[in-house]
Design a protein around this ligand. Structure first.
Ligand code: PLP
Length: 426
């Protein structure tokens, strides 16, 4: 489509808004992306695919969801990225970039992480490929994402706490950029989504596009045709671009990016807070983390804090290519709130036996609210599994009065104290 991989601009979005000291690293990476990823020099892509299969478990199933298909009177197919090693689509990209770093002769990996999913995937890929790995993570996030910190440490990565600002993803990205600028010779920075300066958005999309490459073939085998729509949740947009890439040229396939509507779409300008992460639906143009894109920002161009019950969607920006595809009317941005996402989390778990990530649950919440909008055959990208979210889900469910909530009184029955004792159905 109207993307341009040679200079990294997607319409008016994208680009390389980085300090001068980073330009040598960016140029070296651009060159490596062209040679190894696009031109398959030294068989890079063959090795990547072999490792995605043997280590990652690909190809992954496209599964018909029987109960949901009945409920919505439409054929619902699930692309099961939750079955990828590590439990989310993140490894497709982390493995690709760590392998690329090896081909580039780098001997040190750094990455940032918010919820810890990307840090975990990078730590796994680095252990697999025998590369030392350091992960920058805000102190607030370290405290609230303990299981993923354990996973990173257990895989042998160093976790560097970032104490500036609010101690979350935004600050962790800045710290990682600083490290990269001082260690460009031997270090590769593995960015976790289709964001950042060129070539990251294009390269991460290419590594993630295996999702739609498989799904496009599988749906034709299973349904005998292309889907009417593809739904994926969008934070930075990497599972989204991965799920859309091989359908972008099929104009008849609707591509729907489901953002986090959080608790409200109304912005608190005074305190610089957006109680949502809907940058495609409500943001406007600006520069963040090296690229021009759609952002949550106030009238003065200050980046606003975002919010979502799902940590992986909680980001003030979005990938530049996705922003462009929205402007071109090729991708439809929609959003659903925290409550609807929680309900959808429980529904998929109870009806299909799949506990989704809270991020993923947003895509299913859109389907629940708009079954008439997806056509006769739809693919939902199951970006990850929900084991990491269980504590949040129990806590957040207890605060609400959801019809579909499971009955957790078993903890009271054994005197263990309710995690969030909540009357369930009946
Ligand atoms: C990180 C994450 C997301 C959001 O990231 P994208 O780059 O927007 O895909 C979505 N789902 C899961 C399971 C994640 O771990």
């Amino acid at each position: 489509m109207s993307t341009d991989d040679t200079d990294g601009s997607f319409g008016q979005y994208g680009g390389q808004y980085v300090p001068e000291v980073l330009m040598p690293a960016i140029e070296e990476l651009e060159d490596a992306y062209q040679r190894y990823v696009l031109d398959n020099e030294d068989g890079f892509m063959d090795e990547f695919r072999r490792r995605l299969a043997d280590f990652g478990g690909r190809p992954l199933p496209l599964q018909r969801a029987d109960r949901l298909s009945e409920r919505y009177d439409t054929e619902v197919y699930l692309k099961r990225e939750d079955l990828l090693h590590g439990g989310a689509h993140k490894l497709n990209n982390a493995l690709g970039q760590v392998l690329l770093a090896k081909y580039m002769g780098k001997d040190r990996i750094i990455a940032e992480t918010g919820a810890g999913q990307h840090g975990t995937a990078t730590a796994m890929a680095a252990a697999h490929l025998d590369m030392p790995c350091e992960i920058y993570m805000g102190e607030t996030d370290i405290a609230r994402q303990r299981p993923n910190v354990f996973r990173m440490k257990i895989n042998g990565a160093d976790v560097n706490p970032v104490t500036v600002g609010r101690g979350t993803l935004k600050e962790a990205i800045s710290e990682t950029m600083r490290d990269w600028a001082t260690n460009v010779e031997d270090t590769h920075y593995v960015i976790g989504s289709v964001v950042g300066p060129h070539p990251f958005p294009a390269m991460v999309r290419d590594f993630q596009s295996v999702i739609s490459e498989e799904a496009r073939e599988q749906i034709q085998e299973k349904a005998g045709r292309l889907p009417d729509s593809v739904l994926a949740c969008a934070g930075g947009g990497s599972n989204t671009m991965g799920a859309f890439a091989h359908f972008v040229d099929d104009e008849a396939v609707d591509l729907v990016a489901v953002e986090a509507g959080g608790s409200s779409l109304t912005v608190d300008e005074e305190n610089g807070v957006a109680p949502n992460s809907a940058s495609l639906s409500t943001g406007n143009e600006g520069v963040l983390h090296g690229a021009r894109t759609k952002l949550l920002q106030d009238g003065d161009g200050q980046i606003m804090e975002s919010h979502s019950v799902s940590a992986g969607l909680d980001y003030s920006g979005v990938g530049p290519e996705l922003a462009h595809l929205v402007d071109e009317d090729r991708v439809t941005p929609v959003n659903v709130g925290d409550d609807a996402a929680l309900e959808a989390f429980h529904r998929l778990s109870q009806d299909e036996g799949i506990i989704p990530a809270l991020e993923t649950a947003h895509a299913f919440a859109f389907l629940e609210e708009n079954p008439e909008k997806v056509g006769e055959v739809t693919i939902v990208n199951v970006s990850g599994r929900g084991d990491k979210d269980l504590e949040t889900v129990i806590e957040e469910t207890a605060k609400r009065d959801l019809d579909i909530a499971p009955d957790m009184s078993v903890f009271e029955q054994v005197g263990a104290g309710a995690l969030g004792g909540q009357g369930g159905h009946e």
